[in-house]
Design a protein around this ligand. Structure first.
Ligand SMILES: Nc1ncnc2c1ncn2[C@@H]1O[C@H](COP(=O)(O)OP(=O)(O)O)[C@@H](O)[C@H]1O
Ligand SMILES: [Mg+2]
Length: 262
């Protein structure tokens, strides 16, 4: 592809600079918890944040927070509400949530056209916020690629498990292929300590440098912390329940580096 064609395609691509997509390839690495905590930390810094539960097959932002929103993506898909009307205020956290729809297989198999419509409505809604954090599902299927491709920044979450690293690499490879020049950054979650986290990042970086010729920067390292599980079990945000914990303060640091300048 020529440089001119590539630039033209980038310009034409439906994208919001203030859309931050959180993805990982592998499930269970902590995307949803990180998305919730990051949204909370950004709200505490005074940012207007919308957390979009984009895990269209297995939504669980509402479950982690113990919310039962009256409207969610399910009601949107059923034509019972618009996307904007389905936004719930999470007052305790100071941010808005667009909840997903747990166990609704239909959402995971949306037609490309419906998916594109949804994405375009999201891009409209994003204009009313400083940042929209989109918690994406596992895998690299079309819902993930569509939303990640529309994001100004893609946060790839990985742990030191080999399966997580290979899946994170596969995700970066696909997104780099479909949206060349995308702003892709890495978060290492569940790190034993900062230097182990650094090592894990270097392993992933080496694969990206050698095979893709790109160097996605490290956005942050979040330490493994038992208080994450405790907060989830109590369906409370960690920044409320254990604000001084290692994991909470690591995410607060990450939020500081991502927050839009006032
Ligand atoms: N920093 C962390 N320290 C300890 N446990 C964590 C951490 N981050 C995530 N977890 C654990 O991982 C589990 C999966 O997290 P979740 O956010 O649901 O992952 P995903 O959305 O990637 O599937 C959580 O229930 C929690 O117990
Ligand atoms: Mg999840």
């Amino acid at each position: 592809m020529s440089v001119v064609t590539s630039i033209a395609q980038t310009a034409a691509r439906a994208q919001a600079r203030n859309l931050l997509a959180v993805a990982s390839g592998k499930g269970g690495v902590g995307k949803t918890w990180l998305s919730v905590t990051l949204s909370h930390a950004l709200a505490q810094r005074g940012q207007r944040v919308l957390l979009f539960d984009g895990d269209l097959g297995l939504a669980n932002v509402d479950i982690q927070l113990g919310l039962t929103p009256a409207k969610d993506l399910g009601t949107v898909m059923a034509g019972q509400s618009g996307l904007r009307e389905a936004i719930t205020q999470f007052e305790e956290g100071g941010f808005d949530i667009l909840a997903g729809k747990s166990g609704s297989g239909a959402l995971a198999t949306l037609s490309p056209q419906r998916l594109a419509e949804l994405r375009d409505q999201m891009l409209q809604i994003a204009r009313g916020y400083d940042l929209v954090v989109a918690d994406l599902g596992a895998g690299i299927e079309s819902a993930v690629r569509t939303i990640a491709g529309a994001a100004g920044t893609l946060l790839v979450v990985a742990t030191d498990e080999p399966t997580s690293l290979t899946d994170a690499y596969a995700l970066i490879k696909v997104m780099n292929g479909t949206t060349p020049g995308a702003d892709i950054r890495v978060v290492i979650n569940q790190a034993a300590n900062p230097s182990e986290g650094e090592k894990t990042y270097k392993t992933l970086l080496r694969a990206c440098t050698n095979f893709l010729k790109i160097t996605p920067p490290l956005a942050g390292i979040v330490r493994r912390d038992d208080r994450v599980k405790d907060s989830i079990r109590h369906q409370m945000p960690i920044l409320t329940r254990h604000p001084g914990s290692n994991a909470a303060s690591d995410v607060a640091t990450l939020a500081g580096s991502l927050a839009k300048a006032p």
